[in-house]
Design a protein around this ligand. Structure first.
Ligand SMILES: *Cc1c(COP(=O)(O)O)cnc(C)c1O
Length: 396
């Protein structure tokens, strides 16, 4: 089908929430490339928003899905599931958490994590209604996840939002101290703000959050939906920040394209839910678990995480060099293969993104005029060099 026809159908029949989309329709993936309906080839520095971590030619991944389709796609959480049990074991052992719940998306997993925090305090005999979250954060699109999101533009059309959220400036320990109290159910933090523009949380702040949560009996929840599953070079970004949150929320890369979310809990939080407190029809179904099990095995049993660190370091150096020669690049941000460049206001990141797209590079934007790169973990140095050349040509 012709792209103009697709655009017209979309405009007429799809909810207008995505507005004018980028004018490309991808039909095939290969290695780290996407091929559009005209046969044009693009190098992928977006991965379907930090999702397609293994790229597009992992034969083992495809086989795992095919085997599941051929045997049985879905049963129900009324029954036991070997793939689900094996995935739960591997995720917990690899992360050091006690148990996991599987959901269908990031926002849904976030909702579950917030519910879990509420339940723990309820079990302890005193409901806690307040949550502390960060300005510039993004936690999802359901009403509660939206309320957790510390960006006004997402709130305005939907006020009043449920429950009580206190938004504070990240990396400001004094503000954190002032915000956390005996009324706080949990503090929610992204180790690196994804949609917010790649602000990195400092280890000092992470440690202060951990000890404040302990002091006040509040839970620490890390939204690792974007940073988790190897994106920053370790399975969890939290582990390189030196403090262990009570709950970790995952999604995006977990299924390498099959929709799946999760939250991991340990200690008292892992025991807070009782039968009937939470559930899902689709969550943790055989297809999602086959995908997530394969991805997790790949991260745990091969040197892919080391590759992410090394490639990420190379990529970041390349961006830093570019910054030296380009006054419009204000800052290089991020870690591992979650990187970005903050651009001067005179150069809208959206425009650069479009130019790169026409040159055959798929990228993202974020937050305060940041051009964001989230390539598949198997991206190579040559692809990065090519992107840097393209960036160079776009900037001059
Ligand atoms: C993408 C994202 C979400 C929302 O996930 P969905 O699957 O779109 O619901 C929440 N938090 C963070 C940090 C994200 O990057």
């Amino acid at each position: 089908m012709d792209i103009e026809k697709i655009k017209q159908l979309d405009k007429q029949y799809y909810s207008p929430v995505f507005g004018e989309r980028l004018p490309v329709c991808f039909e095939r993936g290969e290695d780290v490339f996407l091929i559009d309906s005209n046969g044009k080839r693009y190098t992928d520095f977006l991965s379907g928003i930090a999702v397609n971590c293994l790229g597009y030619s992992d034969a083992g991944f495809k086989q795992a899905l095919k085997d599941t389709v051929d045997s049985l796609l879905h049963t129900s959480n009324y029954f036991y599931s070997q793939t689900q049990a094996s995935l739960a074991e591997l995720l917990c052992k690899a992360s050091g958490y006690d148990n996991v719940f599987l959901a269908n998306s990031g926002a849904e997993a976030m909702e579950g994590a917030l519910k879990l925090a509420r339940k723990l305090h309820c079990n302890n005999g005193r409901a806690r209604l307040r949550f502390v979250t960060m300005r510039g954060s993004f936690h999802g699109r359901t009403l509660l996840a939206l309320a957790a999101t510390g960006q006004e533009k997402f709130h305005t059309p939907f006020l009043p939002l449920p429950w009580a959220f206190d938004y504070i400036t990240p990396n400001d320990i004094a503000a954190l101290k002032a915000a956390v109290s005996a009324d706080t159910a949990a503090v929610v933090i992204e180790p690196i703000q994804g949609e917010g523009g790649l602000l990195e949380i400092t280890p000092e702040y992470y440690a202060a959050m951990r000890s404040l949560c302990d002091r006040h009996g509040a839970l620490m929840i890390a939204d690792e939906i974007q940073t988790g599953m190897g994106r920053t070079g370790t399975l969890l970004a939290s582990s390189s920040l030196g403090a262990k949150p009570d709950i970790i929320v995952l999604a995006k890369a977990l299924g390498n394209g099959v929709p799946v979310g999760a939250f991991l809990a340990h200690g008292a939080a892992a025991q807070a839910f009782e039968p009937g407190d939470h559930g899902s029809t689709f969550g943790g179904n055989r297809l999602a678990c086959a995908a997530a099990l394969y991805v997790t095995q790949k991260l745990v049993r091969t040197d892919l995480l080391t590759q992410v660190s090394k490639t990420g370091a190379y990529f970041k150096k390349k961006l830093a060099a570019l910054k030296e020669s380009c006054a419009d690049i204000i800052e290089v941000r991020g870690r591992g293969l979650m990187l970005g460049i903050k651009l001067s206001d005179s150069l809208p990141a959206k425009e650069i993104q479009k130019k790169l797209l026409s040159l055959g590079f798929v990228t993202a934007t974020a937050g305060d005029n940041v051009l964001r790169f989230l390539p598949p973990y198997v991206i190579g140095h040559a692809h990065i060099d090519a992107l840097a050349d393209a960036l160079n040509s776009v900037f001059v």
